[in-house]
Structure formats: structure tokens, C-alpha cells
Design a protein. Structure first.
Length: 246
């Protein structure tokens, strides 16, 4: 697994990117802001960017186990998690499957049931192809891994994972022990009602709804708004949440 370490001090936070993304395409605005005050570990998951594919399907559970293995390899007792989109799914699975290593987590624009996505999302995924994959994600991938076959593999596995996604139980979210900050944009691909429901299921969760669309509030490559200060404000909310006494 490819990873980068930035900054020092504070409790380490792991950044977990969304589907089709790299560290740069997902976190280019957020990472330096967080790293100014704490150690930040940014990862690229199976088949993404500089991390090679493995002969197995992509699942959020497997990604969770991979990140947990990295935490133990780095001899970290516990970490904070910040996951966006598919990375939010992975963060929840880490908290469910490896609760002992998670101090706090930020879950941004993620769901736990198919009904949580905007109407028509899964119909759209049935027609997903490399041709209609967002250009900024393709460009970011090829900038760090110029193999077009690897790009195709990543796309196909990501698309298959979403098409085959099956609902998680309410009890799985109720089992999460780590305090959580759930973030959603008011025009996200995740319904705000679903984000609210998640915040009520996770026992110690807070909810933040921000103006924008999927990823714009983080400055993600497909949704960046030039000159917007919202990513800086979101990072301040995240930092305050992470600093609160557990």
C-alpha cells in the first residue's frame, strides 16, 4: 500500500480517498491544512494510484483490513480517520471491524444503505465506463501511474463494487464505538436525510451539513470551486472535533 506521511504532532489522522481517486485528486487542499498541526498519513487503496492491484475483488471490508494492517505495521496504537465517499465507507468498516485502533473518525459523503443515494445513482452505475469517468480522476491517476491497463482495472473494480453494494444493518452502525463527525453537502449524492439517520445510529456522532456538492467542500478535483473558503472552514470544524476530549 502506498502512503505518505506529512506533518508532525497531535494524534495521527489517516486520510482515505474516494472511489477512482488518488491522494492528490482527493486531498490536495485538505492535506496541507491538517498537516500544519498534526501528523497526517494519506493512503492509496488497492488498485488506486501507486498501490498495485491484488487478485481479489474490491470490498470496503478488505480495504478496512488493509488500512488496519498499515496502522499496525507503523506501530500506531490508535488513529483518527478521515474518509471521503468510498473512503467514508471504508472508515466505517474500520471502526466496525477494528474498533481498538480508532480513536475518532470523520465520515464525509458516505452511506450505509442503497436508499441513501440520490435517485437514479445505481441506474447510472450500470452504464459506468472509462469513457464517462470524470477526466480529472483519470488525469490524476495517470500522473502517478501511467499504465492505462491499471486505470481500466481500477475503474472496473470500483464500478463493480458500487453496483454490487448491499445494505449494511442498522446494528452495524450502532456497534461503532468511536466518536464520529458525519459530513454531507446540501446538494450531495448522499441524501441529507440519510446522513441524519446515520448520525442518529452511531452512538456518539455529530452531524455537519455544508453548502456544496459531492466533494466541493473539500476541494476535491472533480468539484473544486476556485476561490472557495469552504474547504478551509470544513477543516477547522474537523480540527475542532478531533481536538475535543474523547
Amino acid at each position: 500500500m502506498y502512503y505518505e506521511v506529512h506533518g508532525e504532532g497531535g494524534h495521527p489522522v489517516i486520510l482515505i480517498h474516494g472511489g477512482g481517486s488518488t491522494i492528490d485528486s482527493n486531498w490536495s487542499m485538505v492535506l496541507p491544512l491538517l498537516a500544519a498541526h498534526r501528523k497526517v498519513i494519506a493512503v492509496e487503496l488497492q488498485a488506486h494510484g501507486r498501490t498495485a492491484d491484488v487478485d481479489r475483488p474490491e470490498t470496503f471490508e478488505q480495504d478496512a483490513d488493509d488500512v488496519a494492517a498499515l496502522v499496525r505495521q507503523l506501530n500506531l496504537t490508535s488513529v483518527d480517520l478521515f474518509g471521503f465517499s468510498n473512503g467514508g465507507h471504508t472508515s466505517m468498516q474500520i471502526a466496525i471491524r477494528h474498533p481498538e485502533i480508532v480513536r475518532k473518525m470523520v465520515v464525509a459523503s458516505a452511506s450505509y444503505k442503497r436508499e441513501g443515494m440520490i435517485d437514479g445513482f445505481f441506474d447510472m452505475m450500470e452504464h459506468a465506463s472509462l469513457d464517462n469517468m470524470p477526466a480529472p480522476l483519470k488525469e490524476a491517476f495517470l500522473a502517478v501511474n501511467p499504465d492505462p491497463r491499471a486505470l481500466q482495472t481500477m475503474h472496473d473494480k470500483d464500478a463493480a463494487r458500487m453496483r454490487e453494494f448491499r445494505d449494511w444493518s442498522d446494528d452495524s452502525l450502532r456497534s461503532i464505538k468511536a466518536p464520529a463527525l458525519i459530513i454531507n453537502a446540501d446538494r450531495d449524492v448522499i441524501k441529507n436525510e440519510h446522513a441524519l439517520a446515520m448520525s442518529r445510529l452511531v452512538p456518539n456522532a455529530r452531524l455537519l451539513i455544508v453548502p456544496g456538492n459531492h466533494g466541493s467542500y473539500l476541494g476535491e478535483a472533480c468539484a473544486i470551486v476556485p476561490g472557495s473558503k469552504i474547504p478551509e472552514l470544513v477543516v477547522k470544524f474537523v480540527e475542532e472535533f478531533l481536538k475535543e476530549t474523547v
